[in-house]
Write a new protein. Structure first.
Length: 302
């Protein structure tokens, strides 16, 4: 991988893919709406670009100017809570089609997009690419699945090498403050109580650095289609929260069961990572280490 372009480079996943891509020795072109701040990856080989990607001719303009060998597309609507039904999902689906067309026109070697476990029908078994049902329950999931299928069709019809890395539950530095682990870490840092549901359901959590490394491994591979980027480790959310409390030394601040469980919460949401492991990738940050790093990061910022 000689030259990598990353969209959504200021985002939770994108910024870590920028760093992981640069670590391979690739020249990384990071694209975001605004100029980079001091908390974003910097250094030799990382070049930032400010651009509004939803401007109609932007994909062609960027690719013609940068001439990347590989593209990682992470830009999408991500406003916490709102993204599940936001009409902006349509805008990003349309952008993805324009990006794929631009890749064909400029001779890009490989295009990988950030997908989601929301593309599956959620049930009680491990989710596997090509086997588990793809029947999203949300507008967001439906648009992500449409994007995945669009890329698959481009590959089949025109030979462009594409893949979609389906993300499960990443955690770590720069995660949205409204999500459960950032909320828990911030409450611990302030010495204040935190209220949770029972957490009596399984989730597939993985540190964002492992997630980013998985995306880079996927970029450097020849795998096509949907590829789960997951830990494949079933852990109850309540157990993860409790472990964080123990690591902090203040488990007394956490109130599991103080909030009602949501009726639409899936009982078991775990993804097989067998396809991704064929690239040689494997998660390297265990839960204990990842939670400690995440808590330390939030403590420095609260």
């Amino acid at each position: 991988m000689k030259r990598l372009l990353v969209t959504g480079a200021r985002g939770f996943v994108g910024r870590h893919v920028v760093a992981a891509g640069a670590a391979t020795g690739a020249e990384v072109h990071a694209v975001a709406r605004a100029a980079p701040g001091k908390d974003l990856p910097q250094g030799e080989g990382i070049i930032w670009h400010a651009a509004d990607l939803l401007t109609p001719d932007q994909p062609q303009t960027l690719l013609a100017a940068i001439r990347p060998s590989h593209v990682f597309h992470a830009a999408w609507v991500t406003e916490h809570g709102a993204y599940w039904s936001a009409p902006e999902n349509l805008d990003w689906l349309a952008f993805g089609a324009r990006l794929a067309r631009a890749c064909l026109e400029t001779g890009i070697m490989r295009l990988v997009a950030a997908g989601s476990c929301a593309e599956y029908a959620w049930g009680a078994s491990t989710l596997e690419e090509g086997i588990s049902a793809e029947a999203p329950a949300t507008f967001y999931g439906q648009m992500k699945l449409a994007h995945t299928r669009m890329l698959d069709a481009v590959t089949a019809a025109h030979g462009l090498s594409t893949a979609t890395g389906r993300i499960f539950f990443g955690y770590g530095p720069h995660e949205n403050t409204a999500r459960i682990l950032p909320y828990a870490c911030q409450q611990l840092a302030k010495g204040e109580e935190a209220a949770f549901s029972t957490g009596d359901f399984y989730r597939d959590f993985m540190h964002v650095e492992d997630l980013a490394a998985g995306m880079v491994a996927l970029l450097q591979s020849d795998l096509t289609g949907a590829v789960n980027v997951s830990s494949a480790a079933p852990l109850k959310l309540g157990e993860i929260v409790s472990r964080l409390g123990e690591i902090s030394g203040r488990p007394d601040l956490f109130r599991l069961g103080a909030r009602p469980d949501r009726p639409d919460d899936a009982v078991y949401l775990i993804g097989s990572n067998a396809r991704l492991r064929t690239t040689g990738w494997t998660p390297r940050i265990d839960l204990e280490t990842g939670l400690r790093r995440t808590l330390d990061w939030w403590r420095d910022r609260v």
